[in-house]
Design a binder for this molecule. Structure first.
Ligand SMILES: [Zn+2]
Length: 550
């Protein structure tokens, strides 16, 4: 007797094979038969007209803090995700000494757009080290499977304290950090993550600790993965980090490298393809490097209180550490604005905002007649420069005006080419972070609906492979990411004619009743994690993944 049989669905195996109609049987959390299944089951589901695929592996999330108060990792499971990798970009919450908790939360507030009140009310700090954090996750349970990176910024703060955001590390400090990476890997981390991106600033506008690392520190820490004998090196790179250097790290460590965040900019349309082609070159020389790309347009809702859009700009730095009236005073300054305008007008290899004022809209304002209109258009009508218009409006409304900016990845022809590139990895949902700016946790459904069905940019088997089999192989996730007998029953049943992510909407369900953006699934008929259906009631069938293939 099987626990579950799904009959007559279009089976997509996650390995890119041609789909075929058939049935799939589950027993004790594992797939036991595929194809022509005979025999009875506790539960039988008619899959006629539907497609069945392995659950989505979301390789770029930031659930590290949220998972301590929300083991459901909402909304990912309802959007077809059955495994999430947390701790990307080096922004973890372990290791952390009690005395550093406030600093770590303040850094997350800045870099991941999480409210400090939410973090103070929400994070359960019953751990200090990475092994203790892993044990805590395992005890607590989760709706989906979780794998954890050792994060560079956290280990740097742990070893160097306040100096972590101030200076390069000394040899003894590098040695101590190496020890922490090895300790985390031994306890079951999936790899080591870092960021060199100028968009990543922490408390008081200081760079996140990992950005202070020199080449010797990165060589040593990535090199420690060789000692561990497995693991992925993940980084979000700034424009100054060269692919050649990352290839050198891949060669020295013998480990795969995931390079984020490759997003397409309409003002520098070739840059991302140059990076991808350099990555392809490294692969031809026998290294394993992939470029982490997104299948979603990068659009952000923001207020000038927390304008992530601008915070990576050199000319924004004078405003970064300021609060309250001092901050407002800075935004009003002529010279500050002129410097901003000049910087935005200069060409850049990679920059979030490039002065596309037609793609910045007013979303919520005390003047409803402005809502849903482009800042470029409103400024023209008012006879003003768009930057002046935006800052003046925000200052007039005590910084409460909500804007939305369509920043990157808006050229669908280009994003389609990125999605088909042999060295790209569909990634960057950032689920669990930037909750007031955007929510791309439904990226997988968007890939299946928008890119496969609506645009035919990928075939269905190829898209499914990119969401399941490809990341499983790359990250060494064992016995998941494919429909194979013996594999864990992580499953997504959906209607290919309807599948999509719903529109984003604001809900007030964070600790303390704070708001976030969320999104619902369209055309999803069932999600199973280790054979257990994710539903209305609180089920926690997910596992902490600690063993990976090398
Ligand atoms: Zn990230």
């Amino acid at each position: 007797m099987f626990d579950l049989v799904i009959r007559n669905a279009l089976l997509l195996d996650g390995l890119g094979s041609e789909p075929r109609r058939g049935s799939l049987a589950v027993k004790d959390g594992r797939i036991v038969e595929i194809g022509a299944v005979s025999g009875s089951a506790q539960e039988t589901i008619d899959g006629d007209g539907l497609a069945l695929m392995p659950g989505i592996i979301d390789n770029h999330t930031h659930y590290d803090a949220q998972i301590t108060w929300d083991p459901l990792a909402s909304p990912s499971p309802s959007l077809g995700v059955t495994t999430a990798i947390i701790g990307n970009c080096g922004f973890t919450i372990a290791p952390c000494r009690a005395a550093d908790r406030e600093l770590v939360m303040k850094n997350l507030t800045q870099v991941e757009g999480m409210s400090l009140d939410v973090l103070r009310a929400g994070v359960r700090w019953d751990f200090e080290t990475v092994p203790q954090y892993l044990d805590m996750l395992e005890r607590q349970g989760s709706a989906i499977n979780i794998a954890v990176f050792v994060g560079h910024s956290s280990i740097r703060t742990y070893v160097m304290g306040d100096d972590a955001t101030e200076r390069p590390a000394r040899p003894a400090e590098i040695e101590a950090m190496r020890g922490l990476v090895v300790e985390g890997m031994k306890a079951g981390a999936i790899g080591f993550s870092t960021s060199t991106s100028p968009a990543h600033n922490g408390h008081g506008g200081k760079p996140m600790p990992s950005r202070l690392a020199d080449d010797a520190e990165l060589r040593a820490l990535v090199g420690s993965l060789r000692e561990a004998g497995r693991g992925i090196f993940m980084l979000t790179k700034g424009g100054h980090t060269r692919i050649d250097f990352l290839e050198e790290l891949a060669a020295a460590s013998g480990r795969p490298v995931v390079i984020a965040a490759l997003l397409h900019s309409s003002t520098n349309p070739d840059a991302v393809f140059q990076d991808l082609d350099r990555i392809r070159g490294a692969n031809e020389r026998g290294r394993k490097l992939v470029g982490a790309i997104s299948c979603c347009p990068l659009a952000m809702d923001f207020t000038l209180r927390s304008p992530y859009v601008f915070e990576g700009l050199e000319s924004w730095q004078p405003a970064l550490p300021l609060k309250g009236e001092a901050f407002k005073g800075k935004l009003a300054e002529r010279e500050f604005r002129d410097n901003l305008r000049a910087e935005i007008a200069r060409p850049a290899h990679f920059r979030l905002f490039n002065g596309q004022w037609q793609q910045v809209h007013v979303i919520e304002s005390a003047r409803p007649e402005y809502e849903q209109r482009a800042v470029g258009e409103l400024a023209r009508a008012a006879g003003k420069d768009p930057l002046d218009f935006m800052l003046d409006l925000a200052l007039e409304e005590n910084l409460d005006t909500v804007f939305s900016a369509l920043l990157l990845n808006s050229d669908e022809e280009a994003v389609g080419r990125m999605l088909r590139h042999p060295c790209s990895l569909v990634s960057l949902s950032d689920a669990g972070a930037h909750l007031t700016f955007f929510n791309d946790a439904g990226f997988g459904l968007h890939l299946l609906g928008h890119w496969v069905r609506d645009l035919s940019a990928l075939t269905l088997p190829e898209a499914v492979w990119r969401l399941t089999g490809q990341p499983a192989e790359l990250f060494g996730v064992k016995e998941r990411g494919a429909l194979k007998p013996g594999y864990h029953a992580d499953l997504l049943l959906f209607d290919p004619a309807r599948v999509d992510r719903g529109p984003k909407r604001r809900v007030n369900d964070l600790p303390g009743g704070h708001p976030r953006l969320t999104t619902s699934a369209v055309g999803v008929h069932g999600v199973w994690v280790n054979g257990v259906r994710i539903g209305e009631e609180r089920t926690l069938p997910g596992r902490l993944l600690r063993e990976f293939s090398a």
